[in-house]
Design a protein around this ligand. Structure first.
Ligand SMILES: [Zn+2]
Ligand SMILES: [Zn+2]
Length: 397
């Protein structure tokens, strides 16, 4: 068991505005919010995008009855970084305690973050006002170049290049170092230098990769963001160990993020694309990345033989025979002579055999969602979406 373990969880990874389109589900649609737990248990929350709501629910459930205590660092006041605040339930309970850190905005002046909170929780934008936020709150204004310490974690702030300003933060914990640098546009020497200083030698760099290099050079120039190509350039120059592409564009479906990731990996293999629910551990053993459970379809035990090909950790390709031991299924398209009624229930039993001819049954309950006359004579095309069995049918193994 290692003692100096820091853990980072991504609760929101999307830039600009939340997305609900199905083709953005895999990476996730909530706007920026990260949770960093230092080895001594001190909890940091980085940004308050819509991901903050789910973090609040999780903390309330996990720490039932105990007070929640966290240090919240806000990079800047654009909507996507603050819009989760009114929906974070722990703010509305008096036994919780929060320390906020952010900068003094030029347009708002002193106590900028307090003013942002007051404006957000006010008529006509929200049903209750800021006095309902009964948790104890302390505010500290920090600025670029400032360093401070919270229970042994050293924090450094640096100015990034973004309209109305933005701070990047570095956390040096006894488990490892993390740099959170989102909402930054490259190309201004002073800020480029700030970022390189902040990121130098970090174990993990989370960096803005909202646009393609082509978008960044043309119609998205001046919007305050960056690309995967800039990210790998910085990663190489600053000798960081792991790069996380972050702040995905709301108009980038999963396959676009996939393509950014694969291009970035060609240049800097230790790259990941930030995904909602992804967690990163840092310790003397190194950095570990894992994803939350993501299969949404009906999961069934089965024995299927398959030929599998892919890419190994070291970048080489492999191909081998394997047995599929469980499969999750969303639905199917079938050819039937019957004509099932739309929105009626249907059972589909599939017999599968492995290469030793042992078979297992895949029994699935579904609901009919589509009907057409099919391409073959006397055959109807039927679409079915699988739904949970009231009592799972035990598969024959
Ligand atoms: Zn943003
Ligand atoms: Zn912004």
């Amino acid at each position: 068991m290692t003692h100096n373990l820091a853990k980072l969880v991504f609760w929101g990874v999307r830039g600009s505005t939340p997305t609900l389109e199905r083709d953005t589900w895999r990476y996730g649609g909530n706007t920026p919010c990260l949770e960093l737990t230092a080895p001594d248990g001190t909890r940091f929350i980085l940004d308050c995008g819509t991901g903050l709501r789910m973090l609040g629910n999780q903390l309330t459930q996990a720490l039932r009855g105990q007070g929640i205590h966290a240090h919240i660092l806000v990079t800047h006041f654009h909507w996507d970084h603050i819009q989760g605040i009114p929906f974070f339930h722990p703010f509305f309970e008096s036994h919780n305690r929060f320390h906020f850190y952010s900068f003094q905005s030029k347009s708002l002046g002193p106590n900028s973050l307090q003013q942002v909170l007051q404006a957000q929780l006010a008529s006509p934008y929200f049903p209750v006002d800021v006095t309902m936020m009964t948790a104890a709150r302390e505010f500290r204004e920090v600025t670029g170049g400032e360093k401070w310490e919270v229970n042994g974690t050293r924090i450094t702030a640096a100015w990034l290049n973004h309209p109305q300003g933005c701070l990047g933060y570095r956390f040096d914990t006894s488990g490892g170092s993390i740099v959170y640098a989102t909402d930054n546009e490259p190309g201004v020497a002073e800020f480029d230098q700030n970022l390189r200083q902040l990121a130098h030698g970090a174990d993990v760099l989370i960096y803005d990769a909202q646009y393609s290099p082509e978008q960044l050079a043309t119609d998205r120039k001046g919007w305050g963001h960056s690309s995967w190509l800039e990210a790998v350039k910085i990663a190489r120059e600053t000798k960081i160990r792991n790069l996380i592409l972050f702040h995905h564009d709301p108009d980038s479906p999963d396959k676009v993020v996939d393509s950014f990731l694969s291009a970035a990996r060609q240049e800097f293999p230790a790259t990941w694309a930030a995904t909602e629910g992804m967690s990163i551990t840092l310790s003397e053993r190194g950095v570990g990345v894992s994803m939350r459970e993501s299969r949404m379809g009906q999961r069934r035990r089965i024995r299927f033989s398959a030929t599998v090909s892919g890419q190994s950790e070291d970048g080489t390709t492999f191909e081998e025979k394997a047995t599929v031991r469980d499969l999750s299924l969303q639905g199917a398209y079938l050819c039937l002579s019957s004509r099932p009624r739309l929105q009626s229930e249907m059972r589909v039993v599939i017999e599968a055999a492995d290469d030793q001819k042992r078979s297992s049954l895949l029994s699935l309950r579904g609901t009919v969602v589509h009907f057409d006359l099919g391409r073959e004579k006397n055959q109807n095309g039927v679409g079915v979406v699988f739904i949970e069995d009231p009592e799972p049918v035990r598969p024959r193994d």
